[in-house]
Design a protein around this ligand. Sequence first.
Ligand code: NAG
Ligand code: NAG
Ligand code: NAG
Ligand code: NAG
Ligand code: NAG
Ligand code: NAG
Ligand code: NAG
Length: 379
Amino acid sequence: MRVVQEKWFLTTLDNIHLLLWRINFFYLFFGLFLIYLKCSSITGVKIIGHDASVKKGGNITLFCHLTETEDNLTHIVWQKQTRENPKWETFLIIDKYGKTEHKNDLLDKVKFIGNIKEKNGSVQLLGMTLLDDGIYTCIFIFPNGQNQMNINVTVLVPPVGNVTGKTHVSGHLNIILASCVAFNGWPAAKVFWRLGALNDSLRAETSYSEHTDGSVTAVSHILGAPSKNLNQKKIQCVVKHSTLTKELELDYVINVHYPPELVLISPDDPTQTQEYLCSVDCNPTPTSYIWIKVNGSTPRSDSNKLFVPKSSSDFNGVYICTASNQYGSASGVLYVNNTGSTDDCWLLLGLVFSCAVLWISLAYILSSGGKNASCSTLE
Ligand SMILES: *[C@@H]1O[C@H](CO)[C@@H](O)[C@H](O)[C@H]1NC(C)=O
Ligand SMILES: *[C@@H]1O[C@H](CO)[C@@H](O)[C@H](O)[C@H]1NC(C)=O
Ligand SMILES: *[C@@H]1O[C@H](CO)[C@@H](O)[C@H](O)[C@H]1NC(C)=O
Ligand SMILES: *[C@@H]1O[C@H](CO)[C@@H](O)[C@H](O)[C@H]1NC(C)=O
Ligand SMILES: *[C@@H]1O[C@H](CO)[C@@H](O)[C@H](O)[C@H]1NC(C)=O
Ligand SMILES: *[C@@H]1O[C@H](CO)[C@@H](O)[C@H](O)[C@H]1NC(C)=O
Ligand SMILES: *[C@@H]1O[C@H](CO)[C@@H](O)[C@H](O)[C@H]1NC(C)=O
C-alpha cells in the first residue's frame, strides 16, 4: 500500500524523480524475490536451456523454458554474475502479465522474447562485450516455490595473430629466434609451432598476459642456438581459436648471419682467358673478395672472378681468394700450372698429379710383391 501511495505522490514530480523511483522500485521488487528464493525449489519440473557463446559485439539469445508443470508462474527473474560485476545481480523481472522491469541501464540491451503463459523465459542480449561474459540464471517463480537454471555465456574475442623475429648472428647460446603472438583473444588462443625436422633442436616457451578488458594475449617464443644450419629454414606458427573456422598458419623463415667458412675456387667455363670462380658459404654474401698471387703481382680479377690467361706459363703459381663479410673472412687456394699448349692442360695436370701419387703409393705398398703398377693412360 505504501508503494502505491508513494507512486501517486511521485508521479507529480519531474522525470528524474520518476527515474529514481523506478530504480528504487526495481530494487524493492528484487528484495521481495530474495525472500522468494529462500523457498524450496519445486521438484518434478524441468528447465530446458543451454550454454551459449557469442562473438564480441554480437547478439545472443538465452533460451530458458519450463516444462512438465501445470502451475501458473507469478514471475520470471533473470540474474547474472559477469566480469563487469562479480556479484549476483537481478537485471530483468517479468510478471505474470508479461510486463517487464529492467535494471535501468539495460533497457536497450535486454529484450524479453519469451512468453510467460507458455513458461518460456527466453531473452535476447544485444551488443555483447567481454564484460558481459559470465553466468546467467533464469528463475521461474511460482506461488509456492521457484526453479532455476544457470546458463554459461561466453563472449568470444577473435585473436590477431602475428609472427615476428629478427636476423641473428651465429652463436652457441640459446636465444629467442622468433615470437608468435595471438593478441587480445578470449578465451586465450592456443599458440604452438610446427618445426618439422627442427623439432629436436628448438624449444618453445609460451606465456599469457591479461589485458584490462579481460582479453588475453598469448606469446610463444621459439628458442635455439642460431647455428648456420638454421639459416633459411622454414618454421610455422599455428594459432587456434574457437572463433577461427580453421587454424591460422603463420610461416617464418629463420635468418642467421655467419662469417665465411668454406671457400672453394673452381674453373668457370673455359674461354680464351681462363676464369676461376671463388664460391663462399656465408651470410650475408661477401662484401669483398681479395685475390692475390703468392710471390707475384696482383692478378686480374673482378669481384669473385679471377682471370688467368692460358697462353703463357708466366701466370702459373699459387692464387689465394680471401672473402669477407662483416663477421669475418676465409681464404681458398688455387694452383695454376699451365703448359700453354693444350686446352685441357689444367685438368690434365691434375690427372697427372693424382696418377703419380697413385703410382708411387702402389709401388710402395706392392714393393715386396715385386709387381709394377703403371699409369697406362699416360705416356
Ligand atoms: C543485434 O540486434 C540489433 C537490434 O535487433 C540489430 O540492429 C543488430 O544488427 C544486431 N547485430 C548483429 C551482429 O546481428
Ligand atoms: C492458470 O491460469 C489459468 C488462467 O489464468 C487458469 O485457468 C488455471 O486454472 C491456472 N492453473 C493453475 C494450476 O492454477
Ligand atoms: C521460446 O521463445 C523463443 C523466442 O520467441 C523461441 O525461439 C523458442 O522456440 C521458444 N521456446 C519454446 C520451447 O517454445
Ligand atoms: C559453467 O560455469 C561454471 C562456473 O564457471 C562451471 O563450473 C561449469 O563447469 C560451466 N559449465 C559448462 C557446461 O561449461
Ligand atoms: C606483425 O607485427 C609487425 C611488427 O609489429 C607489423 O609490422 C606487421 O604488420 C604485423 N603483421 C600483421 C599481419 O599484423
Ligand atoms: C616436438 O614434437 C613433439 C611430438 O610431436 C611435441 O610434443 C613437441 O611439443 C614438439 N616440440 C616443439 C618445440 O614444438
Ligand atoms: C715465395 O717466395 C719465397 C721466398 O722467396 C719462397 O720461399 C716460397 O717458396 C715462394 N712461394 C711460392 C709458392 O712460390
